[in-house]
Design a protein around this ligand. Structure first.
Ligand code: PLP
Length: 295
């Protein structure tokens, strides 16, 4: 017979103390309850404020024309998509949005997702895996980093925007499948990466470039077509080795995201991206306000 032992304290009982540690270090994150968006003005906890922190760059999130388009689309299509895109959730609205997005960013094909976070965590593992290499800017967005980790590829982090360091890593990298991942406009400092120089390195070392333009799409380039268009690398100058990703929850003021590029690469992503295949498609009522954003 074993003697009864004293019950051990559960690790779950430590959570309040661990939260208190975070608060003592002044690192506790707090949400503010924000009222209806009206361009640069927000109501925060009921108080009117001028916003310098919002991603609603063009004030479209609260724009009456987009709200009206969303209402009409909701009346017509309902609220939810009802399924994963590969089963029953790929609506005519979302199909049209993909065609519009591809045309807008002047790339052959686009795949529309319900969120940018899910786009990047999904498309990294869909294209590279164990034995492959991912070269990642040190200041990349969290979802690029998480996607890189999920892929099980070897991650080589280079100093922010240091293309000489990146080139040294590419030259030394023995993996056949190499992928460079970078924000186009970096979230924290707002600086732009030199896209033509980055692409030239990818060409020299046969790497694929994933460019996250969450902060450039809708804002930079002719008619807001994004950083890649600003760099002159779309339309007839588009490269088959660039995957261009952007979100529709920032300048476009709605929600969702997309990845665009070479038609075969996009087809591959449709076949292999787990965050696309095993998740409910974006609601069809988001398409109309998105289309309104650039019309
Ligand atoms: C906001 C952001 C994302 C995530 O997009 P969501 O649609 O909000 O999930 C991805 N990458 C960058 C650089 C971002 O700033």
């Amino acid at each position: 017979m074993t003697s009864p032992t004293a019950p051990q304290a559960s690790w779950l009982d430590e959570i309040p103390a661990r939260l208190a540690d975070i608060e003592r270090a002044h690192l506790l994150r707090r949400r503010r309850v924000v009222g209806p968006a009206d361009g640069a003005r927000l109501r925060v906890d009921g108080e009117p404020m001028l916003a310098f922190c919002s991603n609603d760059y063009l004030g479209l999130a609260g724009h009456p024309a987009l709200a009206q388009a969303a209402c009409e689309a909701t009346q017509r299509f309902g609220v939810g998509s009802g399924g994963s895109p590969l089963v029953s959730g790929h609506s005519a609205a979302n199909d049209a949005l993909e065609h519009d997005l591809a045309a807008y960013v002047q790339l052959p094909r686009a795949l529309y997702f319900y969120a940018g976070y899910a786009t990047n965590t999904g498309i990294n593992p869909a294209l590279v895996g164990g034995g492959d290499a991912l070269l990642s800017d040190a200041l990349n967005h969290a979802c690029l980093i998480d996607g890189a980790r999920l892929s099980r590829a070897t991650i080589h982090r280079y100093l922010h925007a240091d293309l000489a360091a990146l080139e040294a890593q590419l030259a030394a990298c023995p993996a056949r499948r190499k992928r460079v991942i970078s924000d186009a406009v970096f979230s924290m400092d707002g600086d732009l990466i030199d896209i033509p120089a980055l692409l030239a390195l990818c060409e020299r070392y046969d790497a694929l470039l994933l460019l996250d333009d969450a902060h450039g799409f809708g804002v930079l380039g002719p008619q807001g077509r994004g950083s890649l268009a600003q760099a002159g690398l779309t339309g007839p100058n588009a490269s088959h080795r660039v995957l261009y990703m952007a979100t529709l929850g920032k300048a476009a003021g709605v929600a969702g995201a997309f990845v665009a590029g070479d038609a075969a690469l996009i087809e591959w992503l449709l076949q292999k991206t787990r965050t696309y295949i095993f998740a409910t498609a974006a609601p069809p009522c988001w398409q109309a306000p998105c289309a309104k954003a650039w019309s």
